[in-house]
Design a protein. Structure first.
Length: 346
């Protein structure tokens, strides 16, 4: 009988980590999730879920003492443009994420475990991403380095950290640079959400005939990767003998206005886009899939619109649920008020 494979997923309470656990379970893995928090929207599929802080070296040692064939390191102090590009969280982002990766690399170096590390398209140099229609994000273009955020610098440092453990200790590592992953059950409000979720929320909240705000002039470009294709890419990279770093992203580049118009069309509403100042990051970014095609004989192919339809549907449901909850709360307050007043006037 074949032995059951096992995996530890660091960051299993987060968006991609949660979906990865589901994917691994579907492939028959026994999974242990670890995170500061449980997944926000649905219960975890992990066989075991540890609430813990990976900045704590001893905790990492204890968790990794549980035997596993593979470790997926996705935990990071992370968010969308409003969290990463204002500069307000730079010190936390650098310290928290670097500390996690320093601990993980050091503990895993003596274990016979394969490790996956999630890097980001944010490592690519600013100087290659000024022209919205012609960004350059091939893997080799990462140097000379000039990421436009401390988040990107930390990812670049940690890529190099894991690669140095590969050279000096033979660490069996796989590194992917994700490009804007989106989908249902991801953060959609609160300041850490990314552009597809923020736009879906704004459209879902807007009244027909109204307007939505979009940061910048709307001409900045990006590509967006649907969550199921992201976790498929992770698994394919893990099964390959290529360490990376390699892009896992879509090559379907759109402007932010095009993204917003697609969501508006999906919603069936008539809305106007209003451009307002806000943190926007680089002017252009797109995945370059030459290397992933060559190494994995695979690349993400799903049209952006299909993923957006799923995501909009899910976010609209969240928005509706919140307004139902708000209404219920308002009703219960007005019900309570007369008694409250009575108690004080008698
Ligand atoms: P996420 O914020 O939803 O998930 C990250 C998880 O890490 C969170 O649940 C958080 O609680 C956990 N975490 C943070 N600090 C921790 C600590 N000290 N101890 C334990 N857990 C801790 O983010 P995500 O979108 O799921 O991203 C997963 C990974 O992929 C991250 O490393 C991120 O940098 C990378 N990435 C994501 C994208 C994207 O578009 N979502 C793009 C590029 C790279």
């Amino acid at each position: 009988m074949q032995k059951e494979k096992s995996a530890i997923v660091c960051g299993a309470g987060g968006f991609i980590g949660h979906h990865l656990v589901v994917k691994l379970k579907g492939e028959g893995y026994r999974t242990i999730g670890i995170d500061l928090k449980q997944p926000e929207f649905v219960p975890t599929a992990a066989d075991e879920f540890i609430i813990g802080d990976l900045r704590d070296f001893h905790l990492v040692k204890d968790v990794f003492a549980k035997k596993s064939d593979e470790v997926y390191q996705l935990a990071a102090d992370m968010g969308g443009a409003a969290y990463l590009f204002t500069g307000e969280h730079d010190a936390d982002v650098m310290r928290n994420s670097a500390q996690i990766n320093l601990n993980v690399a050091e503990v895993i170096k003596n274990l016979p475990t394969k490790i996956f590390f999630s890097s980001s398209a944010c490592i690519y140099p600013r100087y290659n991403q000024q022209d919205p229609q012609n960004p350059k994000c091939s893997e080799v273009s990462a140097y000379p380095a000039d990421p436009d955020s401390e988040y990107g610098w930390e990812k670049l440092f940690s890529e190099r950290l894991y690669l140095s453990y590969l050279r000096n200790y033979g660490l069996d590592v796989r590194i992917a640079r994700f490009h804007n992953v989106f989908g249902p059950e991801g953060t959609w409000r609160g300041g850490r959400e990314k552009s597809p979720a923020a736009i879906c929320r704004k459209v879902a909240e807007a009244k027909d005939g109204g307007e939505i705000e979009v940061w910048g002039n709307g001409k900045q470009t990006r590509s967006y990767l649907y969550i199921s294709e992201c976790v498929e890419g992770v698994r394919r990279l893990m099964k390959s003998d290529f360490s990376g770093p390699v892009n896992i992203g879509s090559e379907e580049m759109v402007s932010i206005d095009e993204l917003a118009n697609m969501v508006i069309e999906i919603s069936g509403k008539r809305l106007i886009i209003k451009h307002v100042p806000g943190p926007i990051g680089v002017m252009g970014r797109n995945s370059d899939n030459g290397l992933v095609r060559g190494k994995l004989n695979w690349e993400p192919k799903q049209e952006l619109r299909i993923g957006l339809e799923q995501t909009y549907k899910w976010i609209r449901k969240q928005v509706e649920q919140i307004s139902i909850d708000d209404r219920k709360q308002r009703v219960s307050v007005t019900e309570v008020e007369p008694n409250y007043l009575h108690a004080h006037t008698s």
